[in-house]
Write a protein of this length. Structure first.
Length: 335
């Protein structure tokens, strides 16, 4: 089974070829970040138009580089995401599948992220606990197999990546702010401010990150706002987010008794977080798994991989084109 994966849920146009036997054969990504940065965030209509412009040439480039091969199925991100952007990927995937007379399968974007660490050498076995930290979602999930998910906790307001982006914006950093904030935090004095660790003083595995952004705003307003002030705020904010995530991961591992922790989604590219969670796993006697940095953020490989497993399980979609702006992960069926 050779699967073409298509990802267009937000501001990256990404494609990949995954072979069930040979693994990942190639991937391509076009990022719209520069286009959206002048607006300070993703403009949905511009995103859709850019996907429309870039997707087919990117697929052509990928297939040309891979040589003549018969694609056996097409996997596309059907949601959650920006509905117009999703529909571009869905329309292209369904049309190509119809033209080639091969199956197409809808992939859940967060299942793609969740399975991305399985593309690495020495992948985790099931079951495991997964921390998914992206721009749109923060989820702790008990994973028993593909499609066998139990959501243990989630963010009640801003997702972790969203909190990074919003705090970065108020510190005067560009979009997307996560990587820029992480870089600024390196110059910060970790001892100067201590931000709260939201919802850690009560039981449960849910998160709330919107208060940290307000805390950063109030702290900044009480100071002169020098570059050092901003670096110290970035450092305190990042520490608070990472500490909170680590504490909930420890709680999830202890409550479930699982010995493996998978961390994925855009924020899992954060080096301080990787260090903190690796240290946590070591003290808990667990193993931790991350995707390679380029597969933390949106990519086509994770969609091709997830779709390949679903296609091998005989799943495919009827020839309708849809996208789901919202799609609860627990409604997925087992593969
Ligand atoms: O998974 P992703 O590419 O897209 C969504 O599915 O949302 O995640 C993007 C998010 C953005 O909020 C971005 O700022 C954040 O991941 N991010 C980071 C880092 N790299 C990306 N946040 C903190 N530190 C990073 N190094
Ligand atoms: Zn994503």
């Amino acid at each position: 089974m050779l699967v073409l994966g298509i990802e267009t849920s937000c501001d990256e146009t990404a494609v990949a070829l995954y072979s069930a036997r040979q693994g990942l054969l190639g991937h391509r990504l076009y990022s719209q970040v520069e286009t959206h940065s002048e607006y300070g965030g993703v403009v949905p209509e511009i995103a859709s138009r850019d996907h429309l412009r870039k997707l087919l040439p990117l697929i052509q480039e990928l297939l040309d580089a891979a040589g003549a091969r018969a694609v056996g199925g097409i996997a596309y991100t059907a949601g959650p995401g920006l509905i117009g952007a999703l529909l571009v990927g869905a329309a292209v995937a369904r049309s190509m599948a119809w033209a080639w007379d091969i199956p197409a399968v809808a992939v859940h974007h967060m299942e793609g992220h969740l399975l991305a660490p399985l593309l690495e050498p020495d992948p985790p076995e099931f079951p495991f606990a997964a921390l998914l930290v992206s721009g749109g979602h923060t989820l702790l999930v008990e994973v028993r197999g593909i499609g066998r998910y139990r959501v243990l906790g989630e963010s009640l307001d801003d997702a972790a990546g969203e909190a990074f982006d919003k705090t970065a914006k108020l510190l005067g950093l560009g979009y997307p702010g996560g990587p820029a904030l992480a870089q600024l935090a390196e110059a910060g004095d970790a001892g100067r401010f201590r931000f709260p660790r939201p919802m850690t003083d009560r039981p449960g595995l849910d998160f709330s990150f919107s208060g940290l952004k307000t805390h950063a705003l109030n702290t900044l307003a009480s100071l002169a706002g020098t570059p050092q002030d901003k670096a110290d705020i970035a450092c305190a904010f990042q520490e608070a987010v990472i500490d909170t995530l680590a504490l909930k991961c420890r709680r999830a591992l202890r409550e479930t008794g699982l010995g493996r922790l998978v961390v994925a989604g855009g924020v899992s590219a954060n080096q301080s977080m990787r260090k903190k969670l690796s240290a946590l796993a070591a003290t808990e006697g667990c193993r931790v798994y991350f995707p390679r940095p380029e597969f933390c953020t949106d990519n086509g490989a994770m969609i091709a991989f997830a779709g390949c497993h679903r296609l091998l399980a005989g799943q495919s979609e009827p020839p309708t084109i849809d996208g789901r702006a919202r799609w609860p992960m627990e409604t997925l069926t087992a593969a």
